[in-house]
Structures are given as structure tokens and as C-alpha cells.
Design a protein around this ligand. Structure first.
Ligand code: NAD
Length: 428
């Protein structure tokens, strides 16, 4: 999705270049890793319910598959751009590598607004996307998943089309399927819980008790809701959340000094993570401008909505009491803002580590599909905790011993693993 004046691919390349310098990567490895290995651009003709045909633009980027098949979601968004898909495919490579799962990075998208499409039209679009690329994806090549405005139903239509094209059952082709149709228990909670597993470890290392902390959260969708659930269960207090208001085309921050009540807010939240403003006010929430989430007197900030949300303009608004930024969204902090956070000694849990719970659970889904045996939810979440904790500690140890910023340490681990795999295969 395009955010005006901000190019996520340029940001992803800038972050990569910095680590390539740090690692003194050779020229060929740099060239190979700073762009996708392959990208597909295609048109998808879809018959609409009224008999007319609309042609949608589709993409798939396979950034790197040296460590295993590419993995990454498919976004449906009217402002989808190839540069966003490129950046996200690159971040997926680093994300899979930092949690050490045997997968590479990919991402896909379709320029469309599913709000304007009937269920049947969406089904034809999903099937068209798969037909356009069926020969270049698959359980051993590239495994898609849901992302912005795509859901388990879309994944099931895509799986069905893939199996129709190839004439066999391939449950490991796609993840994020409905539970009971090859989906994994725990996937819905995985990203938010995963973020809190890393936050819990960070606070432990910093010698701060979770119960003594408060947080301000940007976003109130899948990631934010489950992060809030687990964080409050551990004893933390969430002071405010922000979300997008579709009717006003604006964002708002909802604040309660005594702490928000997740259950009551969920009752007045739509499926897109939008809170009903008048009901929130009736429940005693203050309604502040959307940007206010960043300037709260909290110990922890959790950006869990969009990219480019902590930037050179607003980073100065972060209060001195903020000790940790745990990034739920992809690319929420720009490199310029990173520098400021670094100088101020704010502990940042970088996006591709903090939000890797989703892809880790998708990997578990693939493993369960391959075994044709599904684990109970508790087992999935236990395994997730182990993976996230181990990944966090590896990054933290490196950051400590080499005196690196957490994002740089995470990059050093990921890029070394991926560059090493490319070398071991004899690619460079
Ligand atoms: P979602 O669609 O469920 O929720 C998004 C939330 O952000 C909604 O509450 C929406 O109202 C809010 N929002 C949108 N624009 C906003 C604005 N300008 N200001 C404040 N709030 C705004 O999405 P999600 O699945 O929770 O994902 C959130 C972020 O996390 C995205 O960057 C996504 O790429 C990333 N992510 C998600 C997963 C996952 O498993 N869901 C995994 C990794 C990364």
C-alpha cells in the first residue's frame, strides 16, 4: 500500500546497505540480496456479477529462497504498489531467517478494493491470481498466506484452485487456512502473542517488571488485540489505543487513564479493527487525535498499524519515560527516527523479530499439513514461545556483546544466515 512520499523499498534497501557495510559483504552478495530474485507482474481478468470483465493487476515477489521455499502473504489493496511488495518480500526473508525457520521471503498483492467486490467476484479474483502464477508457486517453491484484506476463506479458494490446476492435494501450498481445513490452531493469536513473548524477555533483560509498566498502542486489529490480551494477562496496563475511523476518514486515539478494558472495546469494534467512537465516549474513553498515541506517558510503545509511523517529524514527541518500542507493524520506524531512538537509549524490538510470530505459526501449519496431524493449541503456542524467546535472546546477546542497536543485531543475524546460505549453495 502506498503511503504518500514514502517508499518502503528504498527504506528496506537502505537498512540492508547499512548491514551489508557492517558485515563487509562482497559486491555479488550485496547485488543479489538488495533486490528480489524473481518478480511476477500479471493481469487477472475477472468476470463481474453483472457479466462485465474487469482486469486487475497482480504481483508476486520472491526475494530469496536460499534457505527454503519463499513465504509471505498476499495483500488486496487499492493502493498496492510493486515497491511495497518488494520491500515486504525482503523483510520476509530477514524475518524467517531471524527466527531460524527453513523458509525464504516472498510477498504478493493485487491492486483492488475487496469492499467493492461481492464474495463471488473475490473468489474469481483469488482463483485468477493462482492460475496466473500456479507454475511458479507451491509447497516446495513459494507458499502464500493472508495479509492486508485477505483472509482464511481467500486462502481456501486459492488452495482449491491450485489443487485443481495440479490435479492433487497440496495442503502445504498455502497457510492461514481455516481451522479444520488445514489451518493451525493458534494462528490468530500468533503475531500479537509472539510480540509479547519478545517484550516479556526484553523487560526481563532490562530488569523491569511487566506489572509495573504501561503501554500505548497504535492500531486495534489482529496484532494489537492479541498483543494487548497477553500483555494485560501478564500484568501490564494499556493506557491508549488508536485506530482508523472509516466514516470520518481519520484516525483517533482512545484513552482511559485507569487503563483500557479490552473486552469492552472489542464489543464496539468492527472486523476491520475500527472502534465505534460514540460508544467509546459513552464508556468513558477520551477521544484524542490519531497521532496522540505516540505522546503518551507510557513505558512501552507498540506501533501495530502501518509503516512509517515513527518518523523524523514525530519522533521528538515520544516522552522521555518511554523505555521500549515493540514493533508490531512492518516498517513502522524510519531510519531517521531510529537514529533518534538509538541516541536516547530506547530499546527497540525490531519489526521482523517482534512480529515474526505469524510466520512462525504459518511454518507450524505447513509442518502439521505435511504430517497430516494437527497439534492442540497449547502445543502450538508453547512451540511459538520457545522459537520467539530463542530468537530474541540470540539477537539480544549479539547486541550486547557487539554493542549494536537491536535492529542492527537482528539484521546481522538474518543477513549472515541468508548470505551464508547463498554462498554455501555456490550462488556467489
Ligand atoms: P488489521 O487490518 O487487523 O488492523 C489494522 C489496525 O490498524 C486497525 O485497527 C486499523 O483501524 C488501524 N489503523 C489503520 N490506519 C491507521 C492509522 N492511520 N492510525 C491508527 N490506526 C490505524 O491488521 P493487522 O493484521 O493487525 O496488522 C497490523 C500491522 O502488522 C500491519 O503492518 C501488518 O503488515 C503487520 N503484520 C501483521 C501480521 C499478522 O499476522 N496479522 C504479521 C506480521 C506483521
Amino acid at each position: 500500500m502506498a503511503v504518500k512520499g514514502f517508499n518502503p523499498y528504498e527504506m528496506a534497501q537502505k537498512q540492508f546497505d547499512k548491514v551489508a557495510d557492517l558485515l563487509q559483504l562482497d559486491a555479488a552478495s550485496r547485488e543479489l540480496l538488495r533486490q528480489p530474485l524473481r518478480e511476477y507482474h500479471f493481469s487477472i481478468p475477472v468476470q463481474m456479477d453483472d457479466g462485465s470483465v474487469r482486469v486487475f493487476r497482480g504481483f508476486r515477489c520472491q526475494h530469496n529462497d536460499a534457505r527454503g521455499p519463499c513465504k509471505g502473504g498476499i495483500r488486496f489493496h487499492p493502493q498496492e504498489t510493486i515497491d511495497t511488495v518488494r520491500a515486504l518480500s525482503m523483510w520476509m526473508t530477514w524475518k524467517c531467517a531471524v527466527v531460524d525457520i527453513p523458509l525464504g521471503g516472498g510477498k504478493g498483492g493485487v491492486v483492488c478494493d475487496p469492499h467493492d467486490l461481492s464474495a463471488r467476484e473475490q473468489e474469481r479474483l483469488c482463483r485468477g491470481w493462482v492460475r496466473a502464477i500456479a507454475k511458479d508457486v507451491g509447497p516446495l517453491r513459494d507458499v502464500p498466506a493472508p495479509d492486508v484484506m485477505t483472509n482464511p476463506q481467500h486462502m481456501l479458494w486459492m488452495l482449491d484452485e491450485f489443487e485443481t490446476v495440479h490435479g492433487a492435494k497440496y495442503p502445504g501450498f498455502i497457510t492461514g487456512k481455516p481451522v479444520g481445513m488445514g489451518g493451525s490452531l493458534g494462528r490468530t493469536e500468533a503475531t500479537g502473542y509472539g510480540l509479547v513473548f519478545t517484550l516479556r524477555e526484553a523487560l526481563r533483560e532490562l530488569g523491569i517488571k511487566v506489572e509495573a509498566t504501561s503501554a500505548s498502542v497504535q492500531g486495534f486489529g489482529n496484532v494489537a488485540q492479541y498483543a494487548i490480551e497477553l500483555y494485560t494477562k501478564l500484568g501490564g496496563k494499556v493506557l491508549s489505543v488508536s485506530c482508523w475511523d472509516q466514516s470520518d476518514q481519520a484516525s483517533y486515539t482512545y484513552r482511559k487513564k485507569t487503563g483500557i478494558n479490552l473486552k469492552e472495546l472489542l464489543m464496539i469494534t468492527d472486523r476491520f479493527g475500527g472502534i465505534d467512537k460514540s460508544k467509546a465516549e459513552a464508556l468513558g474513553y477520551e477521544r484524542l487525535p490519531g497521532e496522540a498515541w505516540i505522546e503518551q506517558d507510557a513505558d512501552i510503545l507498540i506501533p501495530a498499524a502501518l509503516e512509517n509511523q515513527i518518523n523524523a517529524e514525530n519522533v521528538k514527541k515520544i516522552k522521555p519515560g518511554v523505555k521500549v518500542v515493540a514493533e508490531g507493524a512492518n516498517g513502522p520506524t524510519t531510519p531517521e527516527a531510529d537514529e533518534v531512538l538509538k541516541q536516547r537509549g530506547v530499546f527497540v524490538i525490531p519489526d521482523f523479530l517482534a512480529n515474526a510470530g505469524g510466520v512462525t505459526c504459518s511454518y507450524f501449519e505447513q509442518v502439521q499439513c505435511n504430517q497430516n496431524y494437527f497439534w492442540p493449541q497449547e502445543e502450538v503456542l508453547d512451540k511459538l514461545d520457545q522459537k520467539m524467546t530463542a530468537a530474541f535472546l540470540a539477537v539480544y546477546e549479539l547486541a550486547k556483546t557487539r554493542k549494536l542497536f537491536m535492529r542492527d543485531a537482528a539484521y546481522v543475524i538474518s543477513v549472515s544466515r541468508v548470505a551464508g546460505a547463498c554462498k554455501d549453495r555456490g550462488w556467489v
